[in-house]
Design a protein. Structure first.
Lengths: 188, 214
């Protein structure tokens, strides 16, 4: 009896996966790796899109990233950090005027046009993030829209390393959020 | 040995002929009794793999309780040591011809999404080892009450030491032991954090020890 008919050692056990499937898997892997360290922020800033559910909020942010912030073709897909939205909503954002990055501090100055939807007491959030180091940080002191500037102490792992910086606003009750603004890739 | 799925009467358990069914950590296994003992000498590759397993197993044995914490999220179907071996196997060895040694700075004792502290430093002065790290939380991914797990290993005497369980906000810990005055001394130090509930852990950071005397 030809036993190879039942079992052929030379035959690969797993079917080769299709190009499309591999591309989607890589896209998902990249998106998860990028967004996962930012979960505590996204759980709040996308909460309206997640209908009040924190894990749905993360799912919506992940979907937006995969649709809007991916570039290249498999196997060279990558994330365009400038198109990633770590926050979304209808609250008016600010106009960034200057970004100053020192050894241990990051300071951002901004101006604002008064609109009926914006309030001077809206809180500003500055986020620094290095996907390579897997480390992020945000401002621990409260800064308001009317202050015109925000300051953040850089986490130790981001000093003398390149990182991305994002800025967004939310109202005092954390019910309304603005779209995040990408400040660029900076070096501490 | 293979895993077996439940039948209509549940999983197969016990012994029937030369087939043995058993269950461990919610996984149902089916094994066969050995038919014969092979007299064939092990190939070079088999010997290499066995030595690698022996090295890692022997190294991880005394710290299995720490590994249970460091790899807790993966231990539903395996022990912490099992996961640690699987996690480290690919990058844990320095192979030079037929000599194999552990690449100690590359070893990881935990895996998770909690942020590491940053700015970790260690220094030996006399019979004291001073370990410091950045105690700040930077608003996300860290908590003041995260517990630090510190693993100290003396390579020449092949011995591990317990260095206490300080909290992240303390930012420093001091370890005193007469062995630190002995020379030669080859110390290795690793640090990771676990949140208070123990569900989230950080990656492990290897801290080079500054000791001008050794």
């Amino acid at each position: 009896m030809d036993i190879a008919f039942f079992y052929d050692r030379g035959k690969p056990k797993k079917k080769e996966q299709s190009y499309g499937r591999l591309a989607v898997q890589q896209r998902m892997r990249l998106a998860m790796a990028f967004l996962h360290p930012l979960r505590p922020i996204i759980a709040e800033s996308w909460l309206n899109q997640g209908k009040g559910n924190r894990s749905k909020a993360f799912g919506q942010a992940l979907k937006a990233l995969m649709q809007e912030a991916m570039e290249g073709h498999y196997p060279d897909q990558r994330i365009a950090a400038e198109r990633v939205r770590i926050s979304t909503g209808l609250l008016p954002a600010v106009l960034v005027e200057e970004v100053m990055c020192g050894d241990r501090m990051l300071e951002v100055s901004f101006s604002d046009e008064p609109t009926p939807m914006a309030s001077g007491t809206d809180e500003v959030v500055l986020v620094v993030y290095s996907p390579e180091a897997g480390v992020a940080g945000r401002n621990t002191d409260a800064f308001l829209r009317k202050d015109g500037h925000i300051r953040l102490k850089l986490p130790a792992q981001l000093r003398s390393q390149r990182f991305h910086a994002y800025l967004f606003l939310h109202n005092t009750r954390k019910k309304q959020f603005s779209k995040s603004i990408y400040l660029g890739q900076l070096e501490g | 040995m293979g895993t077996i799925k439940d039948g209509i009467n549940g999983p197969f358990r016990g012994k029937t002929g030369n087939v043995v069914g058993s269950k461990w950590r919610k996984v149902n296994y089916i094994k066969g009794l050995p038919h014969f003992k092979s007299n064939r000498a092990a190939s070079a590759n088999q010997l290499l793999v066995r030595r690698k397993f022996a090295l890692l197993n022997r190294f991880f044995d005394p710290i299995s309780t720490v590994l249970e914490i460091g790899f807790k999220q993966f231990t539903s179907r395996a022990t912490g040591k099992n996961v640690a071996i699987r996690y480290n196997y690919d990058h844990a060895f320095l192979i030079d011809g037929s000599a194999i040694a552990l690449d100690l700075p590359a070893l990881q004792f935990s895996h998770g999404s909690l942020f590491t502290a940053g700015d970790e430093q260690a220094r030996v002065i006399g019979d004291n080892l001073y370990i410091t790290w950045d105690p700040e939380t930077y608003g996300m991914g860290r908590s003041m009450d995260d517990r630090a797990y510190i693993i100290l290993y003396e390579e020449i005497r092949e011995v591990f030491f317990t260095v206490g369980r300080p909290l992240r906000h303390e930012g420093a810990v001091q370890f005193m032991n007469p062995i630190l005055t002995l020379r030669p001394l080859k110390l290795h130090l690793w640090l990771f954090f676990a949140e208070r509930a123990g569900k989230q852990v950080s990656r492990t950071v290897y801290i080079p020890i500054a000791d001008p005397e050794s």
